[in-house]
Design a protein around this ligand. Structure first.
Ligand code: NCD
Ligand code: ZN
Length: 346
């Protein structure tokens, strides 16, 4: 197969940042996707409907010329105001809520310290039909960095499923066979996004010939057995698994540093990266389910009506994306040739 026509895909997990970085990175997502779930981990985080509406307006200005809808999320804290949250959801400002365990990842210091404290918010969300996106890691120093997803499943996710029986939860950027298994075991309640980097690479990529800061993201890349389980899940067509790039841009000098930031900037080559996986797994016929159908179905949203054609045509991924005077960002596959491209609209 060298051409594939599918409903236009959505990206169910992206970081756009703000200011000059937003202006430089958002057009890459808007060029390929109809909608995207936009992460709220700005500094300061997006915690109110007013902040989300203002941020959405800045995103719309940054993607002018593209038909693109940003779907906003609220950064959950121990002090989230549930009335503002549910009103924001009813008004169409918020689509979902993001739970970062405090200190789990980039800009998560204000994240949730006590699940007990946020229970009333989670119950109100369940009643309103609002989805919860979780960063599924327990960031305690005594837990090995490669075991933090499993610890989250056992200590946080399973108890949460039991305590709020109608809340639907998305395990963002699932990275282990344990994550895949728990999604399968709770089909009506759990979904999961999968990133290109976790489908393409195992943890050896972090140390291939030397330390590779551009391969570092959170959750960190895992063992090969986990990558194989993720590939099987993504290409299975099962409704619980869908596309979410976790495109997380950081300036080059902040990644290539003594203490480098976590995040892979996947947006420019995201579709090509996923299609490489689906082609290798001989599952191109299931790409539409993963990229365009399962995500909206889990969120209770209609799929996109517009169709796009993806074709096997080599193209070069830019080596860097300039961000005004701030510096540049090195994307996934930056400087490399990829096999799949979006066909020009006819
Ligand atoms: C993300 C970021 O940079 O905001 N980083 C990452 O490694 N994925 C945060 C996140 O999604 O964990
Ligand atoms: Zn993320």
């Amino acid at each position: 197969m060298t051409r594939l026509t599918i409903r236009k895909p959505d990206d169910w997990h992206v970081h756009f940042r703000d200011g000059d970085i937003l202006k430089s990175v958002a057009p890459f997502t808007a060029a390929h996707f109809a909608r995207a779930i936009v992460m709220p981990n700005l500094v300061p985080p997006v915690t109110t409907a007013k902040m989300a509406a203002d941020y959405r307006a800045r995103i719309m200005a940054a993607v002018k010329g593209h038909a693109f809808t940003p779907l906003m999320t609220c950064y959950l804290t121990d002090d989230t105001d549930r009335r503002d949250l549910i009103a924001g959801f009813s008004d169409g400002v918020f689509t979902a809520v993001k739970l970062y365990p405090a200190h789990a990842t980039t800009n998560s210091a204000a994240g949730v310290k006590s699940i007990d404290k946020v229970m009333p918010v989670l119950e109100a969300m369940a009643e309103a039909g609002m989805r919860l996106c979780v960063h599924g890691e327990v960031p305690l120093p005594e837990i090995d960095v490669f075991d933090r997803e499993k610890a989250f499943i056992d200590r946080v996710l399973l108890p949460l499923l039991a305590r709020v029986p109608t809340l639907k939860i998305i395990m963002e950027h699932v990275t282990t066979k344990d994550g895949v298994a728990v999604v399968r075991a709770h089909k009506d309640r759990l979904g999961a996004t999968l990133t290109p980097q976790h489908l393409l690479y195992n943890r050896n990529a972090l140390f291939a010939g030397g330390l590779r800061p551009h391969m570092y993201c959170l959750p960190v890349l895992k063992r090969e057995e986990h990558r194989l389980a993720l590939r099987q899940a993504a290409t299975s067509g099962e409704p619980g698994f869908f596309l979410g790039t976790d495109s997380a841009p950081h300036l080059r000098h902040l990644k290539e540093a003594d203490c480098g930031c976590a995040g892979v900037f996947g947006a420019p080559a995201a579709l090509a990266a996923y299609l490489k996986v689906f082609e290798e797994e001989k599952a191109l016929d299931r790409f539409e389910a993963f990229a365009s159908l399962n995500g909206p179905a889990f969120y209770g949203l209609p799929p996109n009506e517009e169709r796009v054609t993806l074709e096997k045509r080599p193209s070069l991924v830019c080596d860097e994306v300039e961000v005004g005077k701030l510096g540049e960002i090195h994307p996934l596959f930056g400087g490399d040739q990829v096999d799949w491209s979006l066909a020009p609209a006819s």
